[in-house]
Every structure is written in structure tokens, then in C-alpha cells.
Design a protein around this ligand. Structure first.
Ligand SMILES: Nc1ncnc2c1ncn2[C@@H]1O[C@H](COP(=O)(O)OP(=O)(O)OP(=O)(O)O)[C@@H](O)[C@H]1O
Length: 367
């Protein structure tokens, strides 16, 4: 296999007594966009800043094209960086903002204007080249920032929450555009975001961070379909919590034996545990003798979400199915549920889930 273009190896970074990056490892292949996703404070921006040379790691290696750059300052790492706030020079026009990096690198005036104009055309700003930042919208300013980052033909593109200051519609437009340009340029890119949809729609691979570590990294599909921990299952997409009991290496839940994915969790035999099940992986059938009742419908376009309540559970479950099939279920219908997949991630049951399990058991015994 080809060597990765960018590699962070065993990176440790602390601020005082707080370890912010805890032996972090990741790589980005040439032409790949990797997103770091995670809750606030999990270490996403710090990872990007260590790669950029804006922060020094306490230990570990930063490799670009196989070379250790840990001792090089940011300006020698040849990186294009786009930050959340439009950090353009207010006294320079769009074209001069984009040409600035080339000026620093000693390119002549006509070369840099030509390159800046090409890039502004690529980001759709031909009409606005002579404008100053305060004459442009947020989305336009971020396009200029992207063109400016690309002007120096960087080794790596770093995007730190580049869309979070924009309104929803512009955000969607610009994320498609950034992805198109990143692919066309074939540039290794690290993007930091707390927006799950942004990560999933833009990235080749998503690394989900928690507490200074990458908890799981993989394609968006992989994370959604094969989460390896309760945190990933609940952070990426929606997961229903359904309580059951461990038997051997399986969890018995909703009358089905499921293989346990996260076997490393120290959950004892016969212990009560909670399966995390995606809404589209529950199959629902009309059954007057069953213990679930439909209480709500939500049309989401091609598919609908149906909410059901169990006779013995205070929590609700969400089941997603094609809208045409969802019409067959009305509020108040009694339904049975089963799970249409062979395995599950499990979590420790919380106090309410333990009570639900007791009520389920009592019902079984009293029958
Ligand atoms: N210069 C600093 N001095 C002290 N602590 C810092 C510094 N920079 C970051 N931290 C702390 O390091 C932790 C990780 O911060 P970081 O910005 O990497 O998180 P993040 O995942 O990007 O979060 P957010 O989504 O909120 O930006 C946080 O607890 C933060 O308070």
C-alpha cells in the first residue's frame, strides 16, 4: 500500500494537568478528505493545530510525505488553512487576498494575479474579484478564504469549522463546492467539525473523537452500519435503546438473540444490558396481543418515523420505514417488534431500563 500523505503518530498534548490529546494516531491519504467529528472539547481543533504547527505536541511525530515536520514552523509546512471566522485581510480586495501568499513567496505580479483570478473563478466569484471583504457575504468571504488557502498549492488543506458561521442554505451549497474543489485538486484535507451531517456528506473517512482519542475512524457507512461502541452508535445517527439480557456471547432482546459487537465491555453473564438499534432495523407488524402501541408519525419525505410506546417501558422507540408502508399504521394500533439484524452494540442499562426489564420479567412470570 502507498504510504499515507499525512500521519500523526502517538501524539500527546497537555495543557497543564489536562491531557487534551491522548496518544492520538491518524493518517490522511493523498487526495483524501478526513473529517474529525466529536463533542466540544474532545480535541479536534488541537489535532488540526498540531498538524499545522500552530501548537507543538509534547511527544509524537507529525509526518508529511514521510518527512517528520514536528520541528518546522507553520510557514515551512506549506499548508492551506481555512478557519471558522472569515480571516481575510480587510484592506485587500478578494483578488489581492488570494494573491497574498504568492507575493510572500516572491512570485511576480502578473503570475499571482493570473493564479488568483483562476482560483476565484473556480470558487464562483468572477463577478466579485475587486470587492473588499466588507462588501461580500459570509459565504463569499469563505470562498475567498478557500481560494486563498489553495493559491499556494499546499501539501495539505486544513479546514477548521469552515462553515459553522454561515446560515444553513449557504452551508449546504458551500460544502458541496468545497468537496468538488478538494476532489478536483486531489489534495489531502483535514476538516474539523461538530456537525455530523457535514462530516458524513463531505468526508471519505470520519474520525470520531472523544476525550482526546479517536474512538473510531472509518467511512461514513462503516461508522453508521458498524459502530464499535455505544458512544459511536449514539453520536453518529440515531439509536434506540432496548433492554435485554446477556446469555453466552449474545444479548436476548425483543425475542431475538443478537451477537454482541463490543465484546470487550465487561458485562457479566445474565446481566441486563441495553442494545442500541437503528430505527430502520426494527420491523413492525400488526398484532393485537403484542405489547407496543403506535403513538406518533413523522413524515420525513421518502420515509417516515413511527414512534411506539411499550406497555412496560417509559421510553419510546423510533422505527423508520418507507412512507408508503408507514401509512398502514395508525396511532393506537397494537404492534409487535423484531430486529432485522444479527448483531448489536450494547451499553450498560441505566436505572430506568433496569426497571423496565423487571416489569418485562414480571409480565413473563405472571403469564
Ligand atoms: N491554549 C489552550 N490552553 C488551555 N487549554 C486549552 C487550550 N486550547 C485548548 N484547550 C483545551 O483543550 C481541550 C480541547 O480543545 P479543542 O479546541 O481541541 O476541542 P474541540 O474538540 O475542537 O472543541 P470545540 O468543538 O469546542 O472547538 C478543551 O478542553 C480546551 O479547553
Amino acid at each position: 500500500m502507498n504510504q499515507p500523505h499525512v500521519e500523526l503518530r502517538n501524539i500527546v498534548k497537555s495543557y497543564g494537568p489536562m491531557t487534551v490529546l491522548d496518544n492520538l494516531n491518524m493518517h490522511i491519504n493523498q487526495g483524501e478528505l478526513v473529517a474529525l467529528l466529536g463533542p466540544s472539547g474532545s480535541g479536534k481543533s488541537t489535532s488540526l493545530r498540531v498538524l499545522a504547527g500552530l501548537e507543538m505536541a509534547d511527544s509524537g511525530e507529525v509526518l508529511i510525505a514521510g518527512q517528520d515536520v514536528a520541528s518546522k514552523p507553520t510557514r515551512e509546512r506549506n499548508m492551506g488553512i481555512v478557519f471558522q471566522a472569515y480571516s481575510l485581510f480587510p484592506h485587500l480586495s478578494a483578488v489581492d487576498n488570494v494573491a497574498y501568499g504568492l507575493k510572500i513567496r516572491g512570485r511576480d505580479s502578473s503570475t499571482r494575479t493570473k493564479r488568483a483570478e483562476e482560483l476565484l473563478e473556480m470558487v464562483g466569484l468572477t463577478q466579485h474579484m475587486r470587492k473588499y471583504p466588507n462588501q461580500m457575504s459570509g459565504g463569499q468571504q469563505q470562498r475567498v478564504a478557500l481560494a486563498r488557502a489553495l493559491a499556494i498549492e499546499p501539501e495539505v488543506l486544513l479546514l477548521d469549522e469552515p462553515l459553522s458561521a454561515l446560515d444553513a442554505k449557504v452551508r449546504v451549497q458551500l460544502r458541496d463546492e468545497i468537496r468538488r474543489i478538494q476532489q478536483a485538486e486531489g489534495i489531502a484535507t483535514l476538516m474539523v467539525t461538530h456537525d455530523q451531517e457535514e462530516a458524513i456528506t463531505m468526508a471519505d473517512r470520519v474520525g470520531v473523537m472523544y476525550d482526546g482519542k479517536i474512538e473510531q475512524i472509518g467511512s461514513p457507512n462503516d461508522l453508521y452500519l458498524h459502530p464499535q461502541s455505544p458512544f459511536i452508535s449514539q453520536f453518529v445517527g440515531v439509536a434506540n435503546r432496548v433492554v435485554g439480557q446477556v446469555h453466552g456471547d449474545k444479548l436476548f432482546v425483543l425475542d431475538t438473540d443478537l451477537d454482541i459487537v463490543n465484546k470487550t465491555s465487561p458485562i457479566a453473564q445474565e446481566a441486563v444490558a441495553t442494545a442500541l438499534i437503528r430505527p430502520e432495523q426494527i420491523v413492525m407488524n400488526h398484532d393485537n396481543a403484542a405489547h407496543y402501541t403506535v403513538i406518533d408519525h413523522m413524515l420525513r419525505g421518502m420515509f417516515s418515523s413511527i414512534v411506539v410506546e411499550g406497555d412496560y417501558s417509559k421510553g419510546h422507540l423510533r422505527i423508520d420505514l418507507p412512507s408508503r408502508e408507514a401509512q398502514e399504521f395508525r396511532n393506537g394500533d397494537r404492534v409487535s417488534l423484531r430486529i432485522a439484524r444479527p448483531d448489536t452494540v450494547i451499553d450498560y442499562a441505566n436505572a430506568e431500563e433496569l426497571k423496565t426489564f423487571d416489569r418485562l420479567q414480571q409480565n413473563r412470570i405472571s403469564k
